[in-house]
Design a protein around this ligand. Structure first.
Ligand SMILES: [Zn+2]
Length: 91
């Protein structure tokens, strides 16, 4: 059987939670990009103090940097395949 009082309480709790979020009672915060735990807004890089998260983040960042370098290399090659023949013809 559905307990009407409890349902009412639940709704009240939910709405009050929503209201408190809307009015900004919850401190502004960020989430760890690895484990999504709430962290301080000033936390930089965006990870919690957990060593595993720090390691994972630095590894991901390194991967990203490497990826960017490769993208530039390929972009450069791609551009060169267009510009190269023109430049060579001018010489
Ligand atoms: Zn974390």
């Amino acid at each position: 059987m559905v307990d009407a009082k409890r349902v009412k309480e639940n709704i009240q709790r939910m709405t009050s939670k929503v209201a408190s979020t809307a009015t900004g009672k919850i401190q502004p915060h960020k989430h760890c990009r690895v484990c999504f735990r709430p962290i301080k807004l000033s936390a930089e890089p965006r990870v919690c103090s957990d060593q595993a998260c720090t390691d994972r983040n630095s590894r991901d960042e390194r991967n990203q940097k490497q990826m960017r370098i490769w993208m530039f290399v390929f972009l450069g090659l791609f551009a060169f395949s267009f510009i190269g023949p023109i430049v060579l013809r001018m010489i």
